[in-house]
Design a protein around this ligand. Structure first.
Ligand code: AMP
Ligand code: FE
Ligand code: FE
Ligand code: ZN
Length: 286
């Protein structure tokens, strides 16, 4: 069991546990340091901090996850020690969430045209005021019996090559990194995979190159210990992080999604040195 999990979602985005429920679960599982990293939202953080006051052994690092696109793929950027009280930052997040809402509505329209008769009202209800995402649409499809598990909705309909896919508001990874730097947060690349390829390039070179470019833009770390990575993947990414001077981060990306076999908080995570490196970097920037 890991004592650190730096990638977790709540009902304020596409997770299904409330911030308080997630904090309690993490404390009961013996975690010592967690970061809550909802998509385009920091709205769960105050509830999480309040819940954590009952568990003195548990520390929360305020976090966020921003979604960005490159040709043919997406890149997610995590931000740690985010200043969630910054009003300019909140204006940006609200704009992203509005974009998510418009895109979600369009995807539901597309599904309806394809004979998948889920309702937008139900999707909104499932999202319960949180940052709307494809998992909410997938959940509505599970409820109405169109698919067995949320992940099946992605395979057939909602994934990038799915028939109901709609582009999101355009943001490049470098722009996301800059937004986080302006905020004072530490930008970290989420779940890098060798499929983050630029078209026509060798996959491995392409990942290295993308990360190197983002490092120039201010990236300080990348996930190495992640959800279901194999030891080989982790080893390869750890070597890349080391080569580029990036802090090796990670966590389970837990959503309580209802997909079978989802790794639970603390099943994988970075060592304490990661926290020390993040903290000293943050301190040096204040
Ligand atoms: P969105 O934020 O609307 O772009 O949706 C992306 C989210 O969908 C991710 O953060 C995951 O929570 C979830 N997701 C992405 N791919 C899959 C998949 N293949 N199966 C299940 N959930 C997925
Ligand atoms: Fe998600
Ligand atoms: Fe992600
Ligand atoms: Zn995530």
């Amino acid at each position: 069991m890991a004592e650190i999990d730096l990638h977790l979602h709540t009902t304020r985005s596409d997770g299904t546990l409330t911030p308080a429920e997630l904090v309690q679960m993490c404390a009961e599982r013996g975690l010592r340091i967690i970061s809550i990293t909802d998509h385009d939202s920091t709205e769960g953080l105050s509830e999480a901090f309040e819940a954590a006051s009952s568990f003195p052994q548990l520390t929360i690092i305020p976090g966020i996850e921003l979604s960005t696109d490159i040709p043919g793929n997406e890149i997610h950027v995590l931000g740690y020690f985010v200043d969630y009280e910054n009003p300019d930052f909140q204006v940006v997040l609200e704009r992203f969430r509005e974009g998510r809402e418009n895109r979600g509505r369009k995807m539901v329209e597309k599904l309806n045209e394809l004979g998948v008769s889920i309702s937008w009202a139900r999707v909104q209800e499932i999202s319960d005021g949180g940052s709307i995402g494809r998992p909410h649409i997938a959940q509505a499809m599970v409820e109405d019996g169109y698919v067995q598990y949320p992940k099946d909705a992605f395979d057939q309909y909602l994934g990038r090559n799915g028939v109901a896919y709609v582009d999101r508001l355009k943001l490049t990874p470098a722009e996301a990194v800059q937004i986080l730097i302006d905020n004072g947060a530490l930008p970290v690349m989420a779940h890098p995979t060798y499929s983050a390829s630029k078209s026509g390039m060798d996959e491995v070179d392409s990942l290295d190159e993308t990360i190197e470019e983002l490092k120039e833009a201010g990236l300080v770390g990348m996930e190495v210990y992640y959800k279901d990575y194999t030891p080989e993947q982790t080893e390869r990414l750890a070597a890349l992080a080391d080569k580029l001077g990036l802090i090796p981060c990670g966590g389970t990306d837990y959503h309580a999604s209802g997909n079978p076999g989802e790794p639970e908080p603390g099943s994988v995570g970075p060592p304490m040195e990661t926290i020390e490196a993040l903290k000293s970097l943050k301190k040096a920037r204040v």
